[in-house]
Design a protein around this ligand. Structure first.
Ligand code: AMP
Length: 117
């Protein structure tokens, strides 16, 4: 655990979150500032800064995060109409919290993949 990391503190139960799914290696909770009717974050319980760090050091847990995201999407009723799974990475990717997390977004048409310039 990284004591300076917001999401590590959520895993530790020090900061409250609305948890919707949990496994031995992953936790999924609702985003505090939802950008769509369904907006859930899926994280590994262990601290890794971004998806590249996770995939390099623990590919099995990277797969666990993907499987958990799919389970969340199904539980949230997103299977029929679809959803977006997104990992922001680094400054240009818009990453704000440096504990890797998958955004599961859905519940309405999400529009183009990127905002117009
Ligand atoms: P990113 O920009 O990809 O790093 O996304 C970080 C996300 O974390 C944003 O969508 C925030 O709304 C969300 N967030 C920040 N603090 C919390 C929190 N305490 N509980 C749930 N989601 C949070």
């Amino acid at each position: 655990m990284n004591n300076d990391c917001l999401f590590c503190r959520i895993v530790a139960g020090e900061i409250p979150a609305t948890v919707v799914h949990e496994t031995d290696t992953t936790l999924a909770f609702r985003d505090i500032g939802p950008k769509a009717p369904v907006h859930v974050l899926v994280i590994p319980k262990d601290h890794h800064a971004d998806i590249a760090a996770l995939a390099t050091t623990d590919p099995k847990v990277a797969a666990d995060v993907m499987a958990a995201a799919a389970a969340v999407a199904a539980a949230e009723g997103l299977t029929t109409d679809g959803y977006r799974l997104m990992f922001n990475s680094g400054r240009h990717g818009g990453q704000e919290v440096f504990h890797v997390h998958a955004h599961v977004l859905g519940g309405r048409p999400l529009g183009p993949m990127l905002a117009p310039q």
